[in-house]
Design a protein around this ligand. Structure first.
Ligand code: ZN
Ligand code: ZN
Length: 362
């Protein structure tokens, strides 16, 4: 990442800080810190004031922090205690009114903050997250690359799946294929859910062995330059799909298609959710789609904007969201299809391949 990118983001954040009449902001969230400085470590306090940006971190990042963030922040490495160092840095000039990330700070952090500054601490919410919602070309490219990598890993895994294998064995094949293609990490625990377990939207993965005629739902992520892709495919294993399976699958596929084709920047998020939900309700499966249509995607696998029936606000131009309708029938199984979409100013652009024709692994 060029130094201009974090500096531009810092300038945008300073504007927001100024608009709230704050003299600075303490950023604790690692993805926010990464967004503003390029620092990828897990421990850091980032102090943004009008005059300067200071990144306080510990010994483990002594070499890494200056390399990653040295051009866009003053780096302070403390061997003993980050909070003591924060106090010293804040003591260099009168602190005034400072913001902290109320959605990140723990009660314990809040206690530690109090003696650090002479001025008052003011809770803030989602200041950096709101900036992160709008992706630049580099961020969109990273998500697209992560999706491509995930699709290649899936294409390698599917032909190796056999009746009798456990879900763990399938997850191991998929995760190894992701890592061989340089996914930095699995941004969330891979879901491999077979048979009736496919009816559990957040099933995790188990020792259950695949049986002929099972649904097999794979929900997995890939990560490139810190940016996540999030994909779900559902296939039938061991024999051809039956009528009921075809009917449910086709309903989910059409619901997803409608949402992908018709989401627009500026559309109310709940209206976007309805695009898919209406199809599922019309076919009589409304009660079987109990989760949101999607979520924002970026440095975190769940970020703004939410795409749900209760979401406030609109889908901003430049955001990236998942579109993942599903139908879950307890005892029978379920189908979910998930793709990643850039809500570009001129309309939706798929970042994943949306290859969702029904696959029967026989
Ligand atoms: Zn997913
Ligand atoms: Zn998702």
């Amino acid at each position: 990442m060029l130094a201009e990118t974090p500096l531009r983001r810092q300038a945008a954040l300073r504007e927001r800080i100024g608009a709230l009449e704050l003299d600075g902001l303490l950023v604790q969230s690692p993805p926010n810190n990464r967004y503003l400085t390029g620092f990828t470590g897990s421990a850091g306090l980032l102090l943004m004031r009008a005059e300067e940006t200071v990144l306080i971190t510990d010994f483990r990042y002594q070499a890494q922090a200056p390399r990653e963030a040295g051009r866009v922040a003053r780096i302070e490495v403390d061997q003993a205690n980050l909070w003591d160092r924060l106090k010293r840095v804040l003591g260099e000039r009168p602190s005034g009114r400072l913001g902290f990330e109320a959605h990140v700070a723990t009660v314990r952090d809040r206690e530690r903050l109090e003696p650090c500054a002479s001025g008052r601490w003011q809770p803030t919410a989602d200041l950096v997250e709101r900036l992160r919602t709008i992706k630049d070309a580099e961020e969109v490219a990273a998500i697209r690359q992560a999706a491509a990598l995930g699709q290649e890993a899936l294409a390698e895994t599917l032909p190796a799946i056999r009746v009798g294998q456990s879900e763990y064995a399938v997850a191991a094949l998929l995760e190894a294929a992701l890592r061989r293609r340089h996914s930095q990490w699995h941004p969330f625990p891979t879901i491999v859910a077979s048979g009736p377990r496919a009816a559990l939207p957040h099933a995790g993965t188990s020792e259950r062995g695949l049986e002929a005629g099972d649904w097999l739902l794979l929900d997995f992520g890939a990560q490139v330059d810190g940016y996540c892709a999030d994909l779900t495919r559902t296939v039938v294993v061991g024999r051809r799909a039956d009528e009921r399976q075809r009917q449910v699958y086709e309903t989910v596929r059409q619901a997803q298609r409608r949402a992908i084709d018709h989401v627009r920047p500026g559309m109310a998020a709940r209206e976007a959710d309805l695009l898919a939900r209406e199809v599922i309700v019309q076919r009589g499966f409304g009660d079987a789609f109990g989760h949101s249509l999607g979520h924002g995607l970026g440095l975190e696998v769940h970020e703004a904007p939410r795409v749900s029936p209760t979401a406030e606000g609109v889908l901003p131009a430049g955001s990236v969201v998942t579109i993942e309708p599903g139908i879950y029938l307890p005892g029978w199984g379920g189908v979910r299809l998930e793709d990643d979409v850039h809500i570009a100013p001129e309309g939706p652009v798929l970042l994943s391949d949306n290859r969702v024709e029904l696959l029967e692994l026989v």
